[in-house]
Write a protein of this length. Structure first.
Length: 359
């Protein structure tokens, strides 16, 4: 079986980089590194024969082009089987362009070493211990993650996070999220590869919503859109009564919802802020201006309205009280995480109150 040229190149690059890593340890003497030819199921990509203070040791190395947890789990199974097949003093080592913390943990738990081309490594045997931790992610990994959290994909994620444990078919998800079946399939693949989701006979469900939300908040960027600062003289009960009129949805009346700190005040009150925040479309903004008696503020704004390009935000809302409409707990949490230190504190409070799931 002939491997694709790109895979051959990846294996060769991985072998050279791995030799450089081992050469940094004076106690290790490299006898040889042999790239294997695939024969049936019992093979690894290359074997590294070492001498450690007159003690022979073989590192059985498997290279994967994708280091997502699902691929790592199957590769570790293959590595351990082949190591047992070889016998003797062997150590399985998994190598990939990048291994996430979750993938690294799988390697440690299975007793395998690991090395990625981003620089992360952990190799332990015969009194030798090599460990490297490199911050950040390679560009390709960050690009893949960002694509998973782009607006259309985010519509799917927000639907799943409403009830993470409830299985849904692809067609059902596409309908609920108002996206194409193809788009749902792409999100599905990304979630399964990272082991954030699983598939049962009834459909797709989130198996690790907390890690998904952690990753999303780490990559989150506030919605793109026009932001306008206004000033209102209304406050207290008069302001609350006015927003109930402003947020009422009727034919041709547009859309407007409380967002960020203002949404959190209804979902999980933490501390009042001096400004009120809304997402709206153009018609919704006009209704806000009328009901809240808004005037353009060159300074001293106390109402901020954003007209997001992502209209999917309006598909995932809550009504915590009669006449009150706000962004969902997930969207509110994400917006708060991007709102400075005070926002981070409010986000963690909201998460404790509204975003805990059964393990």
């Amino acid at each position: 079986m002939k491997m694709p040229e790109s895979m051959n190149t990846l294996i060769e690059n991985a072998a050279e980089a791995f030799k450089v890593l081992l050469a940094e340890v004076p106690l290790i003497r490299l006898i040889n590194l042999k790239i294997e030819s695939p024969v049936g199921e019992n093979y690894a990509d290359f074997l590294v024969h070492l001498d450690v203070q007159n003690h022979p040791r073989t590192l059985v190395c498997e290279v994967k082009p994708n280091g997502q947890p699902r691929n790592v789990r199957s590769a570790l199974h293959q590595l351990h089987n082949y190591s047992q097949h070889l016998g003797g003093e062997t150590l399985p080592v998994l190598i990939a362009p990048y291994l996430s913390p979750e993938s690294q943990k799988l390697c440690r738990e299975s007793g395998a070493g690991y090395f990625d081309l981003h620089g992360n490594a952990r190799i332990a045997f015969d009194g030798i211990f090599i460990e490297r931790i490199v911050s950040g992610k390679p560009h390709a990994e960050r690009r893949d993650l960002k694509s998973l959290f782009k607006p259309k994909s985010a519509q799917v994620l927000r639907v799943l996070l409403r009830e993470p444990e409830r299985p849904r078919r692809v067609a059902q998800l596409a309908d609920e999220a108002s996206v194409s079946i193809g788009h749902v399939s792409n999100v599905r693949s990304g979630l399964i590869a990272r082991e954030w989701a699983q598939v049962s006979d009834e459909g797709l469900f989130l198996s690790d919503p907390d890690t998904l939300l952690d990753a999303w908040s780490a990559e989150y960027e506030p919605p793109v859109g026009k932001r306008t600062g206004f000033y209102t003289t209304l406050h207290g009960s008069a302001f609350e009564e006015a927003i109930r009129h402003a947020l009422h949805v009727g034919p041709g009346q547009g859309q407007a919802v409380l967002a960020s700190f203002s949404a959190a005040q209804w979902l999980a009150p933490y501390g009042r802020t001096g400004s009120q925040y809304f997402y709206a479309d153009q018609e919704g903004q006009e209704k806000l201006k009328d009901c809240l008696r808004l005037t353009i503020a060159s300074k001293g704004e106390n109402v901020v309205v954003t007209l997001p390009k992502d209209k999917g935000l309006f598909n995932d809302t809550l009504s915590p009280a009669p006449g009150v409409v706000c962004t969902s707990a997930v969207q509110t949490y994400l917006d708060l995480t991007a709102a400075g230190e005070r926002g981070q504190e409010a986000a963690e409070h909201l998460r404790r109150e509204r975003l805990t799931w059964r393990k």
